[in-house]
Design a protein around this ligand. Structure first.
Ligand SMILES: C[S@@+](CC[C@H](N)C(=O)[O-])C[C@H]1O[C@@H](n2cnc3c(N)ncnc32)[C@H](O)[C@@H]1O
Length: 176
């Protein structure tokens, strides 16, 4: 089984929450930000009846599966995020990891998530933030989440490995 750029540990967390959500919500509707090659998209779509996926890179291959709806564009752009309908039950955020986008993705998509729904933010591994490469400097997920997530969302699980330079998941559930 291919998981894309996520580890087996990350995939297990995603799968666990999708299976739990499927017991409560039918049909289950998921959104992924950051399609890349579509491997995590296909993984999520095994558990959801509909999976929306957004990527701003036009090189992302077209996904033909009938239960996947693909959007090409910047997730923070009004013309993109407004095309994703509510309700959403599961959101996996793995697009741009800079502060502006993490905040915009939460602000724009969280109101569409039902109470009891889940948002998982990827690449929370904090050690990445101290590395001095051009791309990795933009990874500010963990610090941004601490500042922006309101009390109406509960951090129910957080996982990352100090041995891995990237990855890790923060799992939030909507309470109210
Ligand atoms: C880490 S990859 C996603 C990997 C994928 N989830 C997987 O594990 O196979 C991040 C993706 O986010 C996309 N991306 C970056 N900034 C974005 C933005 N502002 N809006 C939408 N997608 C974005 C990139 O083009 C890239 O394909």
């Amino acid at each position: 089984m291919k998981y894309g750029w996520i580890t087996k540990q990350d995939a297990d967390i995603i799968k666990k929450h999708l299976i739990l959500l499927r017991q409560k919500f039918e049909p289950l509707i998921a959104l992924e930000i950051g399609t890349y090659l579509g491997e995590t998209t296909r993984f999520v779509s095994q558990y959801a009846q509909t999976t929306y996926t957004i990527d701003n890179d036009s090189q992302t291959p077209e996904l033909q599966d009938s239960n996947i709806k693909q959007f090409i564009g910047d997730s923070a752009e009004y013309t993109i995020h407004t095309r994703i309908p509510a309700p959403l039950h599961f959101v996996f955020i793995d697009g741009c990891h800079c502060k502006t986008h993490v905040e915009a993705d939460f602000t724009n998509f969280s109101p569409k998530v039902v109470i009891g729904g889940i948002m998982i933010f990827h690449d929370i591994q904090p050690s990445i933030q101290t590395q001095k490469t051009r791309v990795e400097l933009r990874i500010e997920v963990k610090n941004t989440l601490k500042k922006i997530i309101p009390n109406s969302w509960d951090l129910i699980e957080e996982e990352y490995s100090n041995e891995s330079p990237h990855g890790g998941c923060a799992v939030y559930r909507r309470l109210s």
